[in-house]
Design a protein around this ligand. Structure first.
Ligand code: ADP
Ligand code: GLC
Length: 507
């Protein structure tokens, strides 16, 4: 039995070789926070001296942006008619080595990695990510066309989930770490798909990949990795309860000490108001007065009157149930009765939410600016230009936008859940007096609660400018750099290695 004392980790014989696998990575291809993490974690690990490398599907956008791409030869996968290529290159702005799995039949599609231009999941997603997992397995076993085998295989989210499962048998295999960025996405497919993927029939069982009569990709990662984590301590607690566990809470509870939460960090190269090339005016804590230039610029960018005195609230994100945009929609008509308040929204997702936002914007053209679509530059401009940032997510595994808004001096207004609860210090009287507060937090995901939190922010902004300024500066001073989180991952890798080498010591 493991004792509560933390056992010293075996000294690594050498620099660790870590293969990070993801279905997206910034700036090659991005739909959300996973992309930011998948790029910045291996970059941070390399800065700590480890040999981390990244592997992604070879989407056209990724192929175009890879620096110095070199075809490395074929990956020979049983059962696939056409040869699969491996391209090696570098991250566009750093020395991070990146491998792309070149399988045009599966990945040479423009746009979103998961869905077609109408927003529907690609019908062959199971086949696409099965192929990705099989390619990952070859690389992890050191059987690819490169002279490099990882000590640790680090999978992320369901698209990589079957790789740890396929890496279960055999000698000389890497230790496996699996990160859940969002348990609501599990990669579930029907029985016919399971049969088509040529998985062993025995895998169709409760103790295998079956989940309520469906094939679950994510279960493979959870069941077969030496260490599993999610992206904040609070979300790690939440997913072990039926309310947030999406049916997998029991399995996660069973992992005991093999499961934990590690907060994401911020990539300072990309998200830093002092050097951000995408914003109108750079600033930092010492030059905070300059921030207002960004407010005027973003008001103009979204077609609103330039108004220095207005309290400007921002929102950026996917329009899905998780993000609680319906709560914002519910209170907007009341909120916009305040002529000195503006709201800026950059979002894309469910068509009915897009339409509802556009309709409201048409009715409030001087106060509500809505841009439907994905726009990296505008995202930076909103973070820099708004006075406060809305994040009423029903659940949030970590959340990056509240971290960016803290960094940009744009206090977040958040629901107390997951990573939002772990990263925003509420503006209670006590925290304000002590100079600890960084944002506004409400307890229940209901419109009235969001409204009350916005109202609290509005009052502080208008009646106590010194307190507001202190709130901003405290937020800007928070350290969410990747260094700390990367060190935590490193520890996890060592624990996973120790377990892989002596499986008997598993809890
Ligand atoms: P999630 O991964 O659940 O979408 P996060 O807060 O972790 O949420 O990360 C979202 C990331 O995606 C942030 O970097 C955010 O700026 C970006 N993002 C989301 N929607 C858009 C959009 N419409 N345009 C530009 N960037 C966006
Ligand atoms: C997921 C989560 C988000 C998290 C991101 C990166 O998309 O929804 O909360 O920040 O992954 O880990």
């Amino acid at each position: 039995m493991a004792s509560s004392a933390v056992a010293p980790l075996p000294r690594p014989p050498k620099q660790l070789r870590i293969l990070v696998a993801s279905s997206e990575a910034h700036p090659l291809i991005k739909t959300g926070g996973l992309a930011d993490v998948a790029a910045s974690l291996p970059i941070a690990l390399r800065a700590l001296g480890e040999d981390a490398r990244l592997v992604l599907p070879g989407y056209p956008a990724a192929m175009r942006q890879l620096r110095n791409p070199q075809p490395r030869g074929a990956l020979v996968l049983a059962g696939y008619r056409r040869p699969i290529g491996l391209i090696q290159g570098l991250h566009p702005e750093t020395e991070l080595p990146i491998y792309l799995i070149d399988a045009p039949e599966y990945f040479a599609r423009e746009g979103n990695p998961y869905s077609d231009p109408t927003g529907r999941d690609w019908g062959d997603n199971a086949d696409r990510f099965m192929l990705f997992c099989r390619a990952l397995v070859l690389l992890a076993r050191g059987q690819g066309p490169i002279d490099w085998q990882p000590d640790v295989f680090h999978g992320n989210d369901w698209q990589t989930g079957l790789a740890p499962w396929l890496l279960n048998d055999g000698a000389g295999l890497p230790a496996r770490v699996f990160t859940i960025h969002n348990l609501a996405y599990q990669g579930l497919f029907d029985r016919a798909t399971f049969d088509r993927l040529r998985l062993p029939p025995a895998a169709w069982s409760i103790s295998g990949l079956e989940f309520h009569q469906r094939l679950s990709f994510i279960k493979g990662g959870i069941l077969c990795s030496e260490r599993v984590n999610t992206v904040s301590p609070t979300y790690a607690d939440e997913v072990r309860t039926p309310r947030f566990g999406c049916g997998l809470d029991g399995l996660l509870r069973k992992l005991g000490g093999r499961f934990c939460g590690i907060l994401n960090g911020i990539d300072d190269r990309v998200w830093n108001p002092a050097s951000d090339p995408l914003i109108a005016q750079n600033y930092d804590a010492e030059r905070l007065v300059l921030k207002v230039e960004n407010k005027l610029a973003v008001q103009r960018a979204l077609g609103l009157p330039r108004h220095e005195e207005a309290l400007v609230l921002g929102y950026i994100g996917r329009l899905v149930e998780q993000k609680g945009v319906d709560l914002i929609l519910a209170i907007l008509p009341e909120l916009l009765k305040d002529p000195l308040l503006q709201v800026l929204i950059l979002a894309a997702g469910e068509p009915h939410l897009e339409q509802a936002l556009l309709d409201l914007a048409a009715a409030h053209s001087r106060q509500l600016g809505v841009f439907i679509g994905y726009d990296e530059r505008l995202a930076h401009q909103i973070e820099a230009g708004c006075d406060a940032f809305l994040m009423p997510s029903r659940f949030e595994p970590c959340g990056l936008n509240q971290l960016y808004s803290l960094r940009y001096g744009t206090p977040p207004i958040v629901h107390r859940t997951g990573g939002l609860a772990d990263t925003v210090i509420p503006a209670t009287d006590e925290h304000l007096r002590a100079g600890r507060a960084t944002g506004f937090v409400f307890n229940e995901p209901r419109p009235e609660a969001l409204f009350a939190a916005i109202d609290q922010a509005r009052r502080l902004y208008r009646t106590d400018p010194p307190a507001w300024r202190r709130l901003i500066l405290t937020g800007m001073a928070q350290d969410f750099s990747w260094t700390q989180s990367a060190q935590r991952y490193l520890r996890l890798y060592h624990e996973a290695l120790a377990d892989r080498l002596s499986p008997a010591s598993d809890p």
